[in-house]
Design a protein. Structure first.
Length: 564
């Protein structure tokens, strides 16, 4: 994304609190007026819409203030990380339209420097090797109302601590046998300040460093120091890290870092209705096969949204509308759906498709004849070209567009009623044919040649139907995706309920659709409006030769709002 294209015009009256902080820092001359942010994902899963908001925020702030943004992988837990996740995250950030400051950064780049920093803290008497088990440390931390208990090994000598840390690094001890802890205050009201763990032993292969290390830094130890080493000025985190900020500051103080010092700021994470935003729970959905992988179009992952037909512009617009808050709140998913509708309405080509077909025969249209009728590709685009739609005697229309005994305000097709076939002619229903079960198999009509679209006519009709010529129809597998959960907050069920109890059994229906030939121009990910039906996108596996596949991105309007 070109910086000039995405620089937000300065608007003093609508600055969010992070923009206010940055502008005050620039005025005060902090960090020589530099703005350098970072996006630091853990490569232990795919990014979701919450991460997308963070990406838009961090990159957006840097763009606005002519700064830089680093993409840094927090790869400090080798048992849960993989290059698959790294590659997927890189692809997602690129797809959203942002470019990081080269190169790509990794916390593992700093393992050597972090180890030197740890030795420095030991020498200053601010870190020690502890032999307590995880259970003993947890019990010894105390409660917010009661102070913790100091480790029996808290006052080891500098020499013994350095020796033990070196032996930990060389792999002489088992996992869980020893850790390195910061020496802070076991009576602190902030639980994170009660001698937190800095290093733990993990005999695990790392996707970048291989088997070089068998001790790995904790996030709180790697976070601030990585920010410092990269020259980050504004380290923007979500609110769950607010209580970690004193520890972030303590480590920088303990290392005597005064110049070019990063600062941490927190904003409210994105909570979206009708979904879950926990990586652990999303992984559960994948591993237990409730969905078909991380890029299942029902998932809130960036790859899932992309496959469903969401566009980078719609996600950036959504992030802008959500804004930046200091308090947690629940955002209705209908706002995200509004953003994609708004984008696709302006940019998506139109096609006619029928998903629940019934045959319509125009008895007075010549057999074997076909004609091509002009139809605008996108009526929202004043420069839109036209497509040619084939028309013939036998058509498919939607079964729901016909009723034998309609209510008074039914403006679609019924016996004796007239409607317009979009881009074509006015027709009148004369008769129906049913099978032995009483289901309508054919609708017989008369067309009026002097009512061709664009001609002046005295006939007035209230209904317009879409249709597809049977002889020219392209078959497609159409996947009707809906919301994955039936309740707004699936993670907040009653006691004993699991979030998976609220999975929507109708979140995916697969039907055979019939489309006009223009659909063959579709490329993977391209969005279309199926006229009167909704917005759909060509799946990544769609192919005109082997089979067309389309995923429903969103309905034409918020159908859930009506049903709630």
């Amino acid at each position: 994304m070109d910086k000039a294209e995405n620089k937000t015009p300065e608007n003093k009256t609508s600055l969010n609190f992070l923009e206010q902080i940055i502008e005050n820092d620039i005025k005060a001359g902090k960090n020589q007026g530099r703005v350098h942010t970072r996006f630091p994902p853990e490569p232990n899963g795919y990014l979701h819409i919450g991460h997308a908001k963070s990406i838009c925020l961090n990159f957006g702030l840097a763009l606005k203030y002519n700064g830089k943004t680093n993409l840094r992988f927090d790869d400090t837990n080798p048992t849960k990380e993989s290059t698959e996740y790294v590659d997927a995250i890189i692809e997602d950030v690129k797809w959203l339209g942002f470019q990081w400051e080269e190169p790509i950064w990794y916390a593992s780049d700093y393992f050597g420097k972090l180890y030197e920093f740890a030795e420095y803290l030991i020498k200053k008497g601010k870190a020690f090797v502890c032999d307590m088990t995880a259970e003993e440390m947890s019990k010894g931390r105390g409660t917010p109302q009661m102070p913790g208990v100091e480790s029996p090994w808290r006052n080891r000598s500098v020499e013994e601590n350095l020796d033990l840390l070196d032996r930990m690094r060389k792999g002489e001890f088992k996992e869980g046998e020893r850790v390195l802890r910061a020496k802070i205050d076991m009576a602190s009201p902030n639980m994170w300040m009660r001698d937190p763990v800095m290093y733990r032993i993990m005999h695990a292969h790392h996707h970048r460093t291989g088997d070089k290390w068998c001790i790995y830094p904790m996030y709180d130890w790697a976070h601030g120091q990585s920010d410092y080493l990269e020259g980050i000025t504004h380290s923007i985190c979500t609110l769950e890290f607010e209580n970690h900020r004193p520890l972030y500051e303590w480590f920088l103080d303990a290392l005597d870092i005064k110049e070019s010092r990063p600062r941490q700021y927190e904003f409210a994470r994105l909570n979206l209705s009708y979904t879950v935003m926990s990586k652990r729970k999303l992984l559960q959905l994948v591993e237990e096969k409730y969905v078909n992988g991380w890029d299942d179009p029902r998932m809130p992952t960036v790859s899932g949204l992309r496959r469903r037909g969401y566009t980078p512009a719609s996600i950036r617009a959504f992030s802008e509308k959500v804004g930046v808050a200091k308090r947690e709140n629940l955002i209705d998913v209908s706002l995200l759906e509004f953003c994609i509708r708004e984008d696709l309405n302006k940019n998506a080509p139109r096609v006619m498709s029928v998903l629940n077909p019934v045959k319509l025969i125009i008895d007075n249209y010549p057999e074997g004849q076909a004609e091509e009728l002009p139809a605008i590709i996108n009526p929202e685009d004043p420069d839109s070209e036209k497509r040619m739609v084939p028309f013939s005697r036998e058509l498919y229309i939607e079964r729901d567009d016909f009723m034998e005994d309609p209510p008074k305000k039914f403006f679609r097709l019924a016996p004796g009623k007239e409607v317009r076939l979009k881009y074509a002619y006015i027709i009148r229903c004369d008769d129906v044919v049913k099978d032995e079960k009483g289901e309508i198999t054919e609708i017989h009509c008369t067309y009026f040649p002097d009512t061709k679209s664009g001609m002046e006519t005295t006939r007035k009709v209230k209904g317009t139907l879409h249709w597809v010529s049977i002889a020219h129809a392209e078959e497609a597998e159409v996947r009707l995706y809906d919301r994955l959960f039936t309740v707004s907050e699936p993670e907040n069920g009653e006691e004993g309920q699991d979030f998976k109890d609220f999975i929507n059994p109708d979140s995916l229906k697969v039907v055979k659709g019939y489309c006009e030939p223009f659909i063959k121009t579709a490329f993977a990910g391209q969005g279309f409006q199926f006229e009167r039906l909704g917005y759909f996108a060509a799946d990544k596996d769609s192919n005109p030769e082997t089979g067309l596949i389309f995923n429903r991105t969103v309905t034409l309007r918020d159908s859930w709002a009506k049903s709630r």
